[in-house]
Design a protein around this ligand. Structure first.
Ligand code: FAD
Ligand code: DHB
Length: 403
């Protein structure tokens, strides 16, 4: 078997890359270790930046987002019982975000790729990359456990296999540049059958810890609570979850969050991580395979999509004009946006979480940061600009040969 690009991983990065390549007449094969059902049912992100939504619409996979996504023109920031709104359109020249679940984006992309006759191999095992420094790289895998190995030769390999996939290990096992920060806390994510808690997302800091009120449908809501990173989910009964959600989001107006059956709950740990070496030979890393942000700024999926836009343009230039100039600049352009998203996610995380290790002085600075943010037009504009998504063009501008 031969193809132009072997894509490892059918998450947002892998599927979007395959979609964009196909629109430009470039062949790819996707290898994915999970089943289609599992991919389509895993609950993760919820907030799409304006640029992500625009790209999905422009490339023909935005019909459901248009009808089923919820446009949000702002968010609420809450410190103690003080809740303030940040209005995106007035601060950014009209930008918004859309609340539309990640697994629905994946359903839309999978449907489009499969209808288009794409080669996507689900539930594969033992995916390995080979000869990445040659111009004849190849990937081996077994279609089912114990079966004989299959080989796909290609021009390029795209490692879109998330934070725990094998591609980053291939990059980091020799000389590479990595940066990491771990947090003492994690997020307990909940899906609950109840009414919408707020017309827009609420990011709340409370002395007991952070809480986030988000939504999925008029009857299904997504909530998050800051917990200890080593907390056991079994210590979090539904009653305890509701008590904390109510306490942390209370603004003293007598209106209590309405509870209901909790249909899923899990804890995710938080880290900031960048592997600056995003290319080794003909293997490229994109999305969570190359970087992780703490979820407080809703940046991970959006960053995966912008990596892919840059990588797809590089591959288009290579196949249409025979030049690797843009591909050579992939890392440089992508990292501009990645570090700015890291900066914003780290800022939002530090602003909104309660860190018991903070001194009384640091807690005062955190409170003052919040008051500055909600008082200053300039600070609000900065938050709105980052939350709705920075332009990819900024990265390109810093790479002068890109045109
Ligand atoms: P992934 O989604 O991890 O996809 C990688 C794929 O590779 C998977 O399908 C995996 O099965 C496959 N794979 C792994 N190993 C192998 C292998 N050996 N062989 C073959 N395939 C393999 N981001 C936002 O932008 N907005 C949000 O609101 C937001 N909220 C979040 C909330 C939570 C609780 C969490 C955990 C994350 C959130 N994110 C958010 C982050 C977002 O979910 C991720 O950044 C995004 O999924 C990254 O996409 P990806 O394609 O790079 O990686
Ligand atoms: C959601 C997730 C986030 O990380 C965030 O910042 C906002 C919303 C969500 O899953 O709805």
């Amino acid at each position: 078997m031969h193809t132009n690009v072997v894509i490892i991983g059918a998450g947002p990065a892998g599927l979007m890359l395959s979609h964009l390549l196909s629109q430009n007449g470039i062949d790819s094969i996707i290898l994915e270790k999970r089943s289609r059902k599992e991919i389509e049912e895993t609950v993760r992100a919820g907030v799409l930046e304006q640029g992500t939504v625009d790209l999905l619409k422009e490339t023909g996979v935005g019909t459901r987002i248009e009808h089923e996504g919820f446009e949000h023109e702002g968010i609420y920031l809450q410190f103690g019982q003080k809740r303030e709104r940040i209005d995106f359109p007035s601060l950014t020249g009209g930008k918004k975000v859309v609340v539309y679940p990640q697994h629905e984006v994946l359903k839309d992309l999978l449907k489009a790729r499969i209808e288009d006759g794409a080669a996507i191999h689900f539930e594969v095992n033992e995916v390995k990359t080979h000869a990445i420094h040659s111009n004849k790289p190849y990937v081996t895998y077994t279609p089912v456990k114990g079966a004989s190995e299959e080989t796909i030769t290609c021009d390029y390999i795209a490692g879109c296999d998330g934070f725990h996939g094998p591609c980053r290990e291939t990059v980091t096992e020799s000389d590479c540049s990595e940066y990491e920060k771990l947090y003492d806390y994690g997020w307990l994510g909940v899906l609950a059958e109840t009414e919408v808690a707020s017309d827009e997302l609420v990011y709340a800091n409370h002395e007991n810890g952070f809480a986030l009120l988000s939504t999925r449908t008029p009857t299904l809501q997504r909530f998050y609570l800051q917990v200890d990173r080593k907390d056991d989910i079994n210590l979090w009964s539904d009653d305890r979850i509701w008590t904390e959600l109510k306490k942390r989001s209370d603004i003293g107006d007598g209106k209590e969050l309405k509870d209901g059956p909790i249909v899923s709950k899990n804890i995710v740990s938080m880290r900031s991580y960048v592997c600056e070496t995003m290319r080794k030979g003909n293997l490229f890393l994109a999305g969570d395979a190359a970087h992780i942000v703490p979820p407080t700024g809703a940046k991970g999926l959006n960053l995966a999509i912008s990596d892919i836009q840059i990588l797809a343009e590089g591959l288009k230039e290579r196949y249409h004009n025979g030049s690797e100039n843009l591909l050579d600049r992939y890392e440089e352009i992508a990292l501009q946006r990645i570090w700015k998203a890291q900066r914003f996610s780290s800022f939002m995380t530090t602003l909104l979480h309660t860190d018991v290790k903070k001194t009384k002085f640091e807690r005062k600075i955190q409170e003052s940061e919040f008051h500055y943010l909600v008082s200053s037009e300039a600070a609000k504009r900065s938050l709105a600009e980052n939350y709705t998504g920075l332009p990819i063009e900024w990265g390109r501008a810093l790479a002068p040969q890109y045109s």
